[in-house]
Design a protein around this ligand. Sequence first.
Ligand code: TEU
Length: 589
Amino acid sequence: ATPNPWWANAVVYQIYPRSFQDSNNDGFGDLKGIASRLGYLADLGIDAIWLSPVYRSPQDDNGYDISDYRDIDPMFGTLDDMDALLAEAHSYGIKIVMDLVVNHTSDEHAWFQSSRNPDSDHADWYWWRPARTGCVPGTPGAEPNQWGGSFGGSAWQYDDRRGEYYLHTFSKKQPDLNWENPEVRKAVYEMMNWWLDRGVDGFRMDVITLISKQIDANGRLPGEEHGLIADEPAGEEGYSSPWPFSMDGPRLDEFLQEMRHEVFEGRQGYLTVGEGQGISPKRNEHITNPANGELDMLFLFDHVGVDQNGAKWNMENLQLPKLKRAMIEQQQAVATSGWASLYFNNHDQPRALSRWGDTSTPELRVKSAKALALLLHMHKGTPYIYQGEEIGMTNAGFTKLKQYRDLESINAYHQRVDSAHVQSSESMMRSLAAVSRDNSRTPMQWDSTTYAGFMSADAESTPWLQVNANKNEINAAAQTHDPASVFDFYRRLIELRHTDDVVAAGDFRAVDVSDPHVFAFLRSVGERRLLVVGNVSSSVAPIGDETHDLLKGFTAASQVLIANEDIESIAQHVQANELAPWSAFVCEI
Ligand code: TEU
């Protein structure tokens, strides 16, 4: 059989560069800052960094709006700094995977500026459409249909230079590229090769499953042949969604295969991970099955939506069986072919510890952080750690709108509270506190100095986003030498993945699936079996029948590979057929 690719027992660490480490005290993290922290990452034991965008950008969406793919934004440094970071990371044996944002560019990109002239070579590089029939272009209601942008307002922005509207799934400063145009694809592949030739080790591909839009043989959007682009009914905010029109479109597999052929053929040691909105676990198997030559893995979204009931702003309490079902389905779909990425955190999600753990006391915060980490990292796949997750960082705890910086949060507040009146201000502030993306973007907490070591305490500037008030209780300096810390627990989980092939490659089988509080599953290779058990609740929980039977094989402390509480306590509770709050452990049976 072909040898397992390097990422089959690797762990990837996501860095959100503007919040990781500021080396020049301007209030923003930068490349030199990251380089200064490679030793910390090497101690943690990670194999690769996923670096969120550092390209030249107006920063409308914190760099996910790129105006020059082949330059570094001055706020982060220079191309030389990037080359130095690559060389230094490689000297630690750490790979760097860049963030590829090619569903859209910035409206300040030269391609878009050229495209505003309908006679230019780039005229057909974006999705331009005339005003709705019978309407005066540029007036309210003249948009081609009522799709809404993900960051507020219409998904169609009028450009008075061209006299037409352009589509933007996200902000009006993020026009969608037209991937139907082979010149667009060629330019993207050339840029990707330019970065790989420079030493980058692969890409995380931003909303890559949106690049193939649902159009007919004549390149028309659905319904356009009758003069009006097909539309969903307007939602509570007065807009419909463009996402069904572009998620997992008819040519996605073709484009991904073409990209693999034009960019990755003949290369070794890289990683491609796509953001997979709208991709089911079954579709994930197809896209990540090496036989289909598309991507190495995808980030799926069903598990991080189990507590939102399809609507971003109404976070509900976690019902564990829903999370278990989503994770189990993802595992089952790739049991024999294809691959799973494993994540609970990233720069778009609230901190999982605040969302699904218990931060009511320091002990429960630490114990539940370890429980969530153990359960995720003991699945089969490639785990992703989001900066600060490894020290148990929590949501921001903001109470005022002016503390927020994310355009998605600020625009959603004004659209939902001031325009559509679908939430009161108090209700929306509770929603933002629970699910705003800024919750995971507060500066990395390195130590207990004024700005948590993100920048110097005597800096004249202040961090672009407030440091979390709990930096004195939660910071890396207090943990990197403490064997009882969340940091050391992550270090040991990573070590297990590197050294135990049951963890990296063992089959996955859930047990007691309907148990409402305990997540238990088996990992096995041949005769070796690891039983993973976690009480995802703040109460004592009974042990399910099947788990109980399997635990009869747990007779000696030496069988426990890792646990978040002392083994005697676990043994006592198991004797009583129960688990202590947040108790989590792995034992060989
Ligand atoms: O995210 C796409 C995406 O779907 C997220 O916007 C997410 O669904 C939303 O934030 C949930 O509230 C990618 C990037 O990860 C995100 O940071 C960018 O804002 C977005 O694409 C546009 O590039």
